[in-house]
Design a protein around this ligand. Structure first.
Ligand SMILES: Cc1ncc(COP(=O)(O)O)c(C=O)c1O
Length: 402
């Protein structure tokens, strides 16, 4: 089948966070169309991680059929739901997941908060690898724990983990949990098996439980290879909680349906109890349908979408090399989010933001959001029609030149 990713669906009027809101001071504020500064007729949004592509046709058809049924009562995961999830993991990652390992939550971010509540006492510490997806930091702080950063190192144009620092920081008995972002948002690394082995072994040696957030695992580019953390060894599987969802892969984030996979029953039971205590059970009836259609019938669409986004990345690299060579793009391995180094442009974070947002009228996620290690960088969402990307780049280049 042919899929046309060049079409821009009008997302305004759907409550789209990306197109109708801005995120400032930890709040989402609806943009005022008449506001000269942020009027959303002008602002091109390449920030939050969702795609401007319609989901696979099979998903849209399945949801349409479900809507036509007309009754939207309480829903739980069925045999066919579990089969769709476990087959996907087996087929794509050679990971044999047992259905009883899977618990559903309304998103990965709430799961991370609940995992912190389950396994960390206020005052204890959670390790992350900044620059990293900023809600990790909020989840840690909001649940009374302390952030410890085993910051990534950026050397010779590539990010890598600092294992000596990881060993030193996990040796602190107050560090109970480490959140691995795999693939890593925003630096786009797909961790190699060797890197994951070293990370996992250091955590095991220091009795640190690993949360592996694998929400971006299906979004792999330029011949990178994803390794599911729990497939490395049974010891790793028993010392980890794996967060998965089809929401990034098939653009289903608004359906709020994620699968948290916990092979170890001694870890699963307290988390299940925490879910129960919070009153979270059952499934969004549309999320249940969409996951099955996506995992069972969405693979061809996914391959086409990845090829389109990879071409967007190459387009952007070439464009910047020609018109704004001071900006370099970190190689895209995983996630559809490009991490761009603006440090040579020589602007302060505030000036850069003002220029990009108010002069170019392009909305990006500034690197500083991901921790101080992100200073001088911008994250650009490549999952949009090429015409939008081209327009955004042109506006940014013009504004920088002026
Ligand atoms: C690493 C990572 N985890 C989780 C999420 C969001 O998860 P959810 O929408 O399921 O809460 C994102 C979204 O960008 C992400 O990048």
């Amino acid at each position: 089948m042919n899929y046309n990713f060049d079409i821009l669906p009008n997302r305004r009027g759907t409550g789209s966070v990306k197109w109708e809101f801005i995120f400032e001071g930890d709040l989402f504020t609806q943009t005022d169309r008449t506001d000269e500064k942020y009027g959303d007729e002008q602002l091109l949004p390449l920030w939050v991680a969702d795609m401007d592509f319609r989901s696979p046709p099979a998903v849209i058809e399945a949801l349409t059929e479900r809507a036509k049924h007309g009754i939207f009562g309480y829903t739980a995961a069925t045999d066919s739901y579990y089969t769709a999830v476990t087959n996907w993991m087996q087929r794509r990652y050679n990971w044999r997941v047992e259905r009883e390992w899977i618990l559903q939550t309304p998103g990965v971010v709430p799961a991370i908060s609940l995992l912190i509540q389950t396994f960390v006492t206020p005052g204890e510490k959670v390790l992350i690898q900044r620059p990293v997806y900023y809600p990790f930091m909020n989840a840690i702080k909001n649940n009374g724990a302390e952030i410890v950063s085993n910051s990534l190192r950026y050397e010779n144009g590539r990010y890598r983990m600092d294992f000596d620092d990881l060993a030193a920081k996990t040796a602190d008995p107050a560090v109970k949990l480490a959140i691995l972002c795999s693939p890593h948002n925003p630096v786009s690394r797909v961790w190699t098996r060797e890197e994951l082995v070293r990370f996992g072994e250091i955590c095991l040696q220091n009795n640190v439980l690993v949360i592996s957030d694998e929400i971006h695992c299906d979004l792999i580019f330029n011949s990178a290879e994803f390794t599911a953390f729990a497939t490395i060894s049974d010891e790793f599987a028993q010392n980890s909680v794996i967060c998965t969802a089809p929401s990034k892969t098939f653009n289903l984030a608004g359906l709020k349906t994620s699968n948290i996979i916990i092979p170890n029953p001694a870890l699963r039971a307290p988390f299940a109890a925490r879910l129960e205590a919070t009153g979270i059970h059952g499934l969004n009836c549309f999320g249940a349908v969409a996951i099955q259609a996506a995992y069972n019938e969405g693979e061809e669409w996914l391959a086409a979408m990845l090829a389109y986004v990879e071409a967007n990345y190459h387009f952007m690299v070439d464009y910047l090399a020609e018109y704004l060579p001071q900006v370099t793009v970190v190689p895209l391995e995983g996630t559809y989010l490009a991490w761009c180094d603006f440090r040579s442009v020589g602007l302060s974070p505030a000036k850069r933001k003002k220029l990009i947002m108010e002069k170019a009228n392009v909305y990006l996620d500034e690197g500083e959001m991901f921790g101080p290690e992100g200073e001088g960088f911008e994250r650009i969402n490549l999952a949009c029609p090429r015409s939008i990307l081209a327009e955004a780049l042109e506006r940014i280049c013009m504004a920088m030149k002026e």
